[in-house]
Design a protein around this ligand. Structure first.
Ligand code: ATP
Length: 346
């Protein structure tokens, strides 16, 4: 098990600054997700670690070794791609054995290692792996083979670039759980790129959030979700309301209403609260301790399957609030736990 250390890595493509000085330690034996919107530089960071991209400046270390100048095959990393990238003319066995054959590993050992790793990734019937080709497999099975091909060479670090994005939702969720179990079982250092926040939270020990070529926050899934460090982080990690506010000593004014406030920000502020963190109460309901309460008028509700999304008007502002049950239109109170309301200076 090795840690991966990235020090002030920069990469530009013409005028596009894909990485603006990324510095980070990916912990040994942990699963780290690099999360962020399209174009934020996730793939560039992953490919820089793999060695497919030569960085403009900065250094990359695997364990104690500086691998910045090394080609991919000498770094001790293995990569799993979104599109599986299996060789269509080779059998399942041949695909997985390929890297070991390149290394001139004896054939008997290749057989032992390939079958072992195919069993590990639960490819199913091992009897026909020497005759079946990738085209005869489902997308999920193909990705299992791609994972086996990466693991069979016993890399120090496993790199994955949106490996589940091409699969349908059910398969994706099942494989996500299995991938996490497998990574923990082997104890390999793994780095996983995704733009799907739920996937990152479900899968990773540590989430690295990127925006516009920069790492903007690093933490446990719980930290990233519950304590987003910026308005961007809060917005990216859930359907959120962004409201204009005025923060004072002990009070916060939102849409002309004043609620108690104990945060440090003063003056013009952006107040962010997730739709799922707002509880709707009857206007007459008893006060709740530790909550900020606003009053508004519920104008419309949409049924979204897992919950209803309500549109509540506060003067000229519309606030979204989710609840598992339908609510009648009319006056409501929006009850927000104070620790779920993030206040940022404007
Ligand atoms: P996505 O989720 O869409 O793949 P990403 O976060 O992985 O996005 P990157 O692929 O790392 O983003 O790209 C970062 C920026 O660099 C983007 O603006 C992209 O257009 C640009 N870029 C990436 N590769 C190249 C390239 N080979 N030539 C020119 N520009 C590139």
């Amino acid at each position: 098990m090795v840690e991966v250390r990235v020090e002030n890595v920069r990469k530009t493509y013409g005028k596009v600054e894909a990485l603006k000085g990324a510095s980070l330690i990916f912990a040994s034996g942990a699963m780290t997700a690099i999360l962020g919107p399209s174009g934020c530089g996730k793939t560039t960071l992953l490919r820089s670690i793999a060695g497919f991209i030569q960085v403009d400046s900065g250094r990359i270390f695997l364990g104690g070794d500086d691998v910045t100048g090394l080609p991919p095959q000498r770094r001790g990393t293995a990569m799993v791609f979104q599109n599986y990238a299996l060789w269509p003319h080779m059998t399942i066995f041949g695909n997985v054995a390929y890297g070991l054959r390149l290394q001139k590993v004896p054939e008997a050992e290749i057989r032992r290692r390939v079958l072992k790793v195919l069993e590990l990734v639960e490819i199913g019937n091992l009897a026909d792996v020497e005759t079946r080709k990738p085209a005869a497999l489902s997308g999920g099975q193909q990705q299992r083979v791609a994972l086996a091909r990466a693991l069979v060479v016993e890399p120090k670090v496993l790199l994955m670039d949106e490996p589940l994005s091409n699969l349908d939702a059910k398969v994706r969720q099942r494989l996500r759980g299995e991938l996490r179990g497998l990574q923990k079982q082997i104890g390999i250092t793994a780095i996983y790129v995704t733009h799907d926040q739920e996937e990152a939270l479900a899968l990773a020990d540590t989430v690295v959030l990127m925006d516009q070529g920069r790492i903007v926050q690093t933490g446990t899934p719980q930290d990233i979700y519950l304590k987003p460090g910026t308005a961007f982080a809060a917005e990216f990690l859930g359907v959120s309301n962004q409201l204009e506010g005025e923060a004072g000593e002990g009070t916060l004014k939102i849409a002309g209403q004043t609620v108690p406030y104990s945060g440090a920000v003063r003056g013009e502020a952006i107040v962010i609260v997730r739709a799922s963190d707002i509880h709707l109460d009857e206007p007459s309901a008893a006060a709740r301790a530790g909550a900020m309460v606003l009053t508004g008028s519920l104008e419309e509700s949409l049924f979204l399957g897992a919950h209803y999304r309500h549109y509540v008007r506060l003067g000229s502002v519309i606030v979204l609030a989710d609840s598992p049950d339908p609510r009648p239109a009319g006056d409501v109170r929006l009850v927000m736990p104070s620790d779920r309301v993030q206040v940022y200076a404007r």
